[in-house]
Structures are given as C-alpha cells and as structure tokens.
Design a protein around this ligand. Structure first.
Ligand SMILES: O=c1[nH]cnc2c1ncn2[C@@H]1O[C@H](CO)[C@@H](O)[C@H]1O
Ligand SMILES: [Zn+2]
Length: 359
C-alpha cells in the first residue's frame, strides 16, 4: 500500500477546484504580452520572472485589502475579448496540466468593461476560452460570475448569471474587501437568485468573522462559503479539552455547507498564521465539508497539487484524505447531480484506488 502521496502522484490524481479566480491565475508571460499589446504601462516590471516574484511578495502583506491591490495589474490587462479568451484558455490548460478534472473559476465581469466591452461580451469571451480549453485538454470548467461587494452592481451580475446559466455560467459569488461590506448589502441579488433556483457562494469569514458567515448563510442563503475559516471562532473547548461547537458552527456542519478553503491565500491575508495552525486541520477532523482550493494561483504562487502537498506534508494526509477532499468538492459543485456522480464514481474513485495501489 502506497500511503504517502508524492508531489508527482498528487499531480496525477484527479482534483476538483471550486475556488479559483480567473484574474488571480494569469501566467506572468501572458501579463507581459497583454500589457504590451494593450498599451498597459503600469506593470511594476516587464520581466516575467521578476513579475512572478513581485506578485507573491506584494501579496504577502497580512491584510486582505493590500492583497487585493495587486489585482489592478491583472484586471488592467484583461480588457479585450481576445485577452479574456486567452486568459481563460490558459487557465484551463494550466489546471488540466495540474490534474484538475473539474473547476469552477470566478471573475467579476464588471471589472472588464474599461475597453468598451459589455457585460455580455465579457462573459462570452471567457466562456469561449473555456470551451476551447475543454476541446483541447478535456477539462470541464464552469464559471462563477462575481459581483464586487463594495460596488452596487450585484443585481445586474446576478441576472447575468441566470441569463447564461445554460451556457456555462454555473453560479454567482461576491468578493472584494469584506470588512464594512456585509453580504446583506446585496440581499436583493441573493433573493432573486433563490427565486430563480440558481446557485451561489459568498466570500465570508476571511477578512471578517462570524457575523459575515452568519449573514451569508442565514440571511442570504449561500450554498457554499468562500473560505469560511473564521467559523473556527465558534468552536471552543469544553472542560476536558474536547471541541465544542457553537450553534452556527453546528449548523454549518449539520447542513453539510461546503467550505472553500484556500490555505496559502489565508496565510498571505492574515486569516491564518501558518499551514500547521490553519483551521482546516481541526475542521477536517470534525467532519465539516471541507474542500481545498487555490484562490489565486499567481498571487499565492501555488497550484492545486501544491496545496494538497502542503497539507499532506503538514497533517500527514494520506490518499484517503485527499480523496475525501476531492469527493467533497465534487459533491459541492454547482453542476447537476448526475454529472457529479459520474465524475465521482467513474473518474475520482477508480483513480485514487489505483494511487493507493489497490488496482
Ligand atoms: O480571497 C479573496 N477574497 C476576497 N476577494 C478576492 C479574493 N481573491 C480575489 N478577490 C477579488 O475577486 C475579484 C474577482 O475575481 C478580484 O479582482 C479580487 O478583487
Ligand atoms: Zn477568493
């Protein structure tokens, strides 16, 4: 039995990604190309290698607000249909190369209008890139359209999600600085989506704590939580040192609400101190529906494989654990039940059995 997953084996293992930002995963060579072609002159450097280092260092600020500043450069070069299609295509290619079989990739259409595109043109350009990515690399990618929580376009973006629901947009999200912008600010959009039987996730419990998670679930009706790390604040110890769940934490676990955890990103923004101290360790032990994600591969200098490898190295996770995270993610995806079941039974389980040396 081969119980200690190596990096190369983890890369081969089928993986499912639910939380990855399109504008947080560009290749730096592509940023340099697109900046030159599109006349974007604000890059801190035009050397792709130095730019990679710049992004990871600038993102290591310990604050979500400062972390988010780096996106001005990626968003800045994603203002034409060609650029968006290219970035989406390369995203699919890179994820497929890392062993991802299904991904939900998000971005905020409202941030890509500076070059004169309409919201619809932005969505269609991204869908086209993912369509080509699937054709060439077999990976299935659903998109989530994000509304920026400090802006006031969430209703329009929610309507966009519904309009393109049969064309590859599988859900909706809100992102951006969390403190000062609670989810209920966008309640009308969430209520509209619920009436439309549409799916959505909410970034909550990352830059702000329990009230944000509580609102996201109990007021807004989120299907999943983006990060949700601060749910740990509702878990205390009883007299014997055993974990004791508060009502909100118990609700999240009982209802099997998926947590889209992004360990490296959380350390960069200060939501967790280190991988070893990341709440994922306890939440996994307590049986929360935890999933493992990248958030922003460029800013965090990471990949799905590397996130798994870091966790395996720190917590001693075996193939059983990695399969559990993967099945959790597949169960929590916003595509239909039959497709999820097929990927779990026909692709994920047989591949992990082989990696464990059972076949
Ligand atoms: O971890 C995060 N928390 C909150 N917002 C984020 C995070 N990562 C990226 N974005 C924001 O989402 C926008 C659309 O993709 C990005 O432009 C960035 O501002
Ligand atoms: Zn995110």
């Amino acid at each position: 039995m081969n119980d200690r997953p190596s990096l190369e084996d983890i890369r081969r293992a089928p993986k499912v990604l639910l939380h990855d930002h399109l504008d947080g995963g560009l290749r730096t060579e592509t940023i340099v190309d697109l900046a030159r072609d599109g006349g974007y002159g604000d890059l801190p450097t035009t050397d792709a290698g130095n730019l990679r280092t710049w992004f990871t260092e600038a993102s290591n600020s310990g604050s979500l607000e400062r972390y988010l500043e780096t996106f001005s450069h990626t968003v800045g070069v994603m203002q034409s249909a060609e650029a968006l299609t290219r970035v989406a295509y390369e995203c699919a290619e890179d994820l497929a190369g890392d062993g991802v079989i299904y991904a939900e990739v998000r971005y905020a259409p409202e941030q890509h209008l500076a070059g004169g595109l309409s919201l619809e043109q932005v969505v269609e350009a991204v869908l086209e890139g993912f369509r080509q990515g699937r054709r060439d690399h077999g990976i299935r990618v659903g998109t989530l359209v994000t509304a920026m929580r400090h802006q006031a376009r969430s209703m329009e973006i929610a309507e966009l999600a519904v309009r393109y629901r049969d064309a590859g947009v599988v859900g909706f999200d809100i992102a951006g600085a969390e403190a000062g912008y609670p989810p209920t600010r966008h309640l009308d959009a969430f209520e509209y989506l619920q009436r439309e039987n549409a799916h959505f996730t909410i970034h909550a419990g990352e830059g702000f704590g329990l009230p944000s998670i509580w609102q996201a679930i109990q007021w807004c009706g989120a299907d999943r939580l983006g990060h949700g790390v601060r749910i740990i604040d509702d878990i205390t110890e009883d007299g014997d040192g055993a974990p004791k769940l508060g009502r909100l934490a118990a609700y999240v676990r009982d209802k099997r609400i998926p947590l889209e955890m992004c360990p490296t990103s959380n350390i960069q923004t200060g939501a967790a101190k280190s991988i070893a101290e990341h709440p994922i360790g306890l939440l996994r032990r307590l049986g929360f529906r935890v999933t493992v994600n990248t958030d922003n591969r460029l800013m965090s200098g990471t990949t799905p494989t590397e996130e798994f490898a870091k966790l395996a190295g720190t917590f001693g996770y075996t193939w059983d654990d990695l399969q559990w995270f993967t099945v959790n993610a597949m169960k929590s995806a916003f595509i239909d039940f039959a497709e999820r079941l097929e990927l779990i039974n026909e692709v994920i389980k047989p591949a992990y059995a082989e990696l464990r040396g059972e076949r």
